[in-house]
Design a protein around this ligand. Sequence first.
Ligand SMILES: Cc1ncc(COP(=O)(O)O)c(C=O)c1O
Length: 476
Amino acid sequence: MTHNIPVNQNLVDMEYAVRGPIPHRAMDLQKEGHTIYACNIGNPQALKQKPISFYRQVVALLEASDNIQRERNLTKFAKNNSDVFEGSGINIIPTGIINYSEEFLHNCLTGMGAYTESQGPRFIREAISQFIDLRDKNDIASDPESIFLTDGASDAVRRILELLITGPHDGIMIPIPQYPLYSATVKRCGGVQVGYYPDEEKDWALTPDILEEVYQNATTQGVNVKCIVIINPGNPTGAILDKQSIDGVVNFVEKYDLSIIADEVYQENLYGGSFISMASAVGSRDISLFSLHSISKGFTGECGHRGGYMEIRNIPIMKDSNVNLSELLLKQASVSLCSNTVGQAIVYMMVKPPKTGSKPYNTYAEEKNVILRELETKAALIKESFKQMEGMECFGRTGAMYLFPRINSLPKDITDFDYCMRLLEETGICTVNGGGFGQQPGTSHLRIAFLPPVQSITRFLPDWIRFHNRFIKSPH
Ligand SMILES: Cc1ncc(COP(=O)(O)O)c(C=O)c1O
């Protein structure tokens, strides 16, 4: 039987290249027995990044809280019988972890299986505020009442855009190239994407002229620009924004009374510069700011657990209306009752790691360091290999988990999609073509996520170099 049920056209029009035709082809090739190097997506643990033990040990105890006393007894027993346990392979949970878990359960009262406050438990929001204040050393303290826990940053983006986009003339400025979550969510909410192009050759910097021109063009075409999205460090470019660019954004936004969405999910992934948060740049200025963070990235890598938060400063006030946007955000959160509690717990651990100097801290710090240094090594290895690929140029102070080289040498009529598809078919390296993120017309790029183990990267790089130098001369 057929039904003629019209569906939401915004959903039909939505696109998401990261899981588009190239990764689909990769899945088919894998089923046929080919080795695939999944460099198309920032999903660290799918590529063998080890979870931080602290997070997993605490989550295990939170979920099986009846075992806490047993673990405590075991830890005590192990201390007095070290000869029995040494080399036994039995994992003894340190007392510090057991205490941490108990304290968490004491604070959250209702345990892991109950709905929490829609905004997220107050003690977690307080810990987030302390984390932000420590990071930014701002004059204006972060307010736990302006923090919402979310099921990852994607959830936060959907909530914010749903709030800001009121109709087909409302415009959201997004960087091009961009992480397709933004184009997709703007489309889904029925707004207009207003793309701005950071200056690639200046390490993806932003200048007032770039923003001004795009804003003026959009306004002339009748678009009501409401907000600008800043992704720092960037996806797909991986670039860390410099202070001048960030200050320029703040001045621009203040001039036109726009809001900022600061997507800062990669704030821990820094290999070529330091991170400046948008909240610290805004300081005491009266600018509406939605800042996002997530447990998916950094060294945390807990994508599947879906946790994050948004912090709002200077919530927009709607002219000629008595609608209160804070109340609206709370209502919006209430409709889905609460974000998931394991995600909430990992957010808490992300912002409140074990105390410096404690046994759990030493393990945590070591694991964190290993992950970040490996990422740095992998990025450097790939960047270095571009020098052996004719016409391959890569700009930006490296951050996040991505490199976004420009392929200057493609023959006429060959697109970056063709390049990436052939690269996949001939070498197993699965990347995403620049066109999937948007790019300056006439340019070609690809995005590579540098997450596979070092051994895999060193194995595939010579194949890629060979493929590249042959393909650009003879693509057929
Ligand atoms: C810039 C950026 N923002 C948001 C997200 C989504 O993060 P989450 O897993 O927290 O939803 C990603 C994921 O790759 C991202 O790259």
